[in-house]
Design a protein around this ligand. Structure first.
Ligand code: KMH
Ligand code: ZN
Length: 280
C-alpha cells in the first residue's frame, strides 16, 4: 500500500527563544535563509517564519520578512514560505499583519491564523474574535492560504464559525500546537480528539512543544499526519543535547518517517497535498 508523504515544516526562529537559550538560533535574514536551506536539504518542505531585529528582538517588519524570503528563494527556491501572523505576545494586530502585504517574489504562500486566545506560559496570546476575523479577512484578501494554529480545542470550533461567515474555506490545513504551558497538553489522546474534529478532507500537522516535539512527531507520522519541528518549539535533539539548528530536528523526523515507511514530501508534493497553487 502506498503511503502519503509526510510534510515536514521547520519553525526556524519563533519569537521567544533567545541566543542565551541556544547559540544556534538564526537571527539575521542571511542566517535564517541559510538555516532554511539546511532544513530543505534535511527534508523540510515548508518553513514557518518569524523575523528578528539585528539585536534579536522579535519583529513583524515587512522589510525583514521580504529580505528573508527573497534570500530563501535564492538558496532553496522550491521551499514553501509560511509567515507568522502571531508574532510575539503583546504585538498589535496591525503589527502582526505586516508580512501579509508582501508582493511579487516575496509574497508568502501561507500564513498562520490562530483562532482564539490562550494562556502562553505566564503571558496571554491575545486573539479576541474581532482580531481573528480581521486577520482571516486580510489573509483571504491577500490570496494567501491560511494554516490554522490550534493551541486549544475550541480553536477548531471557531474555525467552523469562520467558515460559516465566509472567512475560511474547507478543507483547510490545521497545525496542532501542543504542550504550551497553560494551553492544551501534548498527548496521543489529544491528537486523536483534535483530528476527529476536523472538517472532511482537511490536512493536519503536530507541533509538540519542548520534550514533546519528537514523541508527537512519531504519533503524527503513525496517524497519517504531518509534522512541525524546529527551534521555535524545542531546542534539544536529545535529553541535554542542543540541536545545532532546526535542520537536525528535521533530519530526525525524516528518519522517523522512513522507519514508519512513509516518504518525506518534497515541496511540490506538499503544495499538492495542502491544496496550494503550483509554484510560480
Ligand atoms: N509567538 C507566539 C505568541 C504563530 O506563529 O502564528 C505565536 C506564534 C504563532 O508563534
Ligand atoms: Zn510561530
Amino acid at each position: 500500500m502506498s503511503q502519503t508523504p509526510v510534510i515536514i515544516t521547520a519553525a526556524l526562529v519563533g519569537a521567544e527563544v533567545t541566543r542565551e537559550h541556544t547559540p544556534y538560533l538564526p537571527i539575521t535574514p542571511e542566517e535564517i535563509a541559510e538555516e532554511a536551506k539546511r532544513c530543505r536539504d534535511a527534508g523540510a518542505a515548508m518553513v514557518h517564519l518569524h523575523v528578528r531585529e539585528p539585536d534579536g528582538t522579535p519583529s513583524q517588519s515587512a522589510e525583514l520578512f521580504e529580505r528573508t524570503i527573497l534570500l530563501i528563494r535564492e538558496l532553496a527556491p522550491d521551499l514553501i514560505c509560511q509567515v507568522s501572523t502571531g508574532g510575539a505576545v503583546g504585538m498589535s494586530a496591525e503589527e502582526r499583519a505586516q508580512p501579509l502585504s508582501l508582493q511579487g517574489a516575496a509574497k508568502p504562500e501561507m500564513a498562520t491564523l490562530t483562532t482564539g486566545t490562550v494562556n502562553f506560559g505566564d503571558d496571554v496570546f491575545w486573539n479576541p474574535r474581532p482580531l481573528v476575523r480581521e486577520m482571516a479577512r486580510r489573509i483571504r484578501e491577500a490570496g494567501i492560504v491560511p494554516e490554522i494554529e490550534v493551541f486549544d480545542a475550541g480553536m477548531i470550533d471557531e474555525a467552523y464559525a469562520l467558515e460559516r461567515e465566509g472567512l475560511l474555506s474547507f478543507p483547510a490545513h490545521f497545525d496542532f500546537v501542543l504542550g504550551v504551558p497553560g494551553a492544551l497538553g501534548a498527548s496521543e489522546a489529544v491528537v486523536d480528539f483534535l483530528r476527529s474534529r476536523l472538517p472532511e478532507g482537511s490536512t493536519w500537522s503536530v507541533a509538540g512543544i519542548g520534550r514533546h516535539e519528537l514523541p508527537l512527531a512519531e504519533v503524527a507520522i503513525a496517524r497519517g499526519g504531518n509534522v512541525r519541528v524546529g527551534l521555535e518549539d524545542n531546542l534539544y535533539v536529545a535529553k541535554g543535547v542542543l540541536a545545532k539548528g532546526s535542520y537536525e530536528l528535521v533530519a530526525r523526523v525524516a528518519e522517523l518517517a522512513q522507519k514508519a515507511g512513509r516518504p518525506v514530501a518534497v515541496p511540490d508534493q506538499a503544495r499538492e497535498i495542502l491544496r496550494l497553487p503550483p509554484r510560480r
